[in-house]
Design a protein. Structure first.
Length: 195
């Protein structure tokens, strides 16, 4: 077999593996990812009938849902009210698990940050699952904020941890989410500035 043919086959295999991983992550595993083992996880929407399995496996005590209906953004925020209600009802049937809705745009406002940090300040809420619709925008944003606020990540470390590839993503330089994380000031930083 010629070198060119071998190279073509190798590239094809790499592409197939990448497509397979994407399909698995998006459609089977719901973009579920460990942020901090035993403490914080992030995902896209997990169907209500599958939530109990994830909650049991990871011992999740709180679910922070970043979705809210009526945004008019069918690509980034395609929320449907009945889906939010179904999730809330499914979680209500699981003893000892809290459901928090903190509906957020792709770039959070201060009210969202205040609600989020209030939830995350309460150690009784851990382990926590943070999720949005796809698990690739808001859930990653809030996971990065968690890392800045609670794990002393620098803004750049947290931004880089949001995605495998930052370049050309919504967390890139010049993009609203990337710029927000670069400029984000933790409560410690804000308290230090007031002194």
């Amino acid at each position: 077999m010629k070198l060119r043919s071998k190279l073509f086959i190798a590239v094809g295999i790499i592409i197939l593996v990448g497509v397979g991983k994407y399909v698995y992550d998006m459609n089977i595993n719901h973009n579920f990812e460990t942020i901090t083992e035993g403490k914080v996880y992030k995902s896209g929407v997990i169907p209500p009938e599958q939530l109990a399995d994830y909650i049991k496996k990871y011992k999740i005590k709180s679910v922070v849902d970043l979705r809210f209906p009526g945004t008019g953004d069918d690509i980034n925020n395609p929320e449907i009210p009945v889906e939010l209600t179904a999730e809330k009802e499914a979680i209500a049937k699981i003893k000892g698990v809290n459901y928090f809705n903190n509906g957020s745009e792709q770039v959070p406002n201060q009210k969202n940050i205040d609600v989020f940090t209030k939830i995350m300040d309460n150690k009784a809420n851990y382990p926590v699952l943070i999720h949005c619709y796809h698990g690739t925008g808001r859930a990653e944003m809030y996971s990065a904020i968690y890392r800045i606020e609670y794990e002393n990540f620098t803004n750049e470390e947290a931004r880089n941890s949001a995605r495998t590839l930052i370049k050309w993503s919504s967390f890139d330089n010049g993009k609203p989410k990337g710029e927000y994380l670069k400029a984000y000031k933790s409560r410690k930083q804000l308290a230090g500035e007031k002194k």
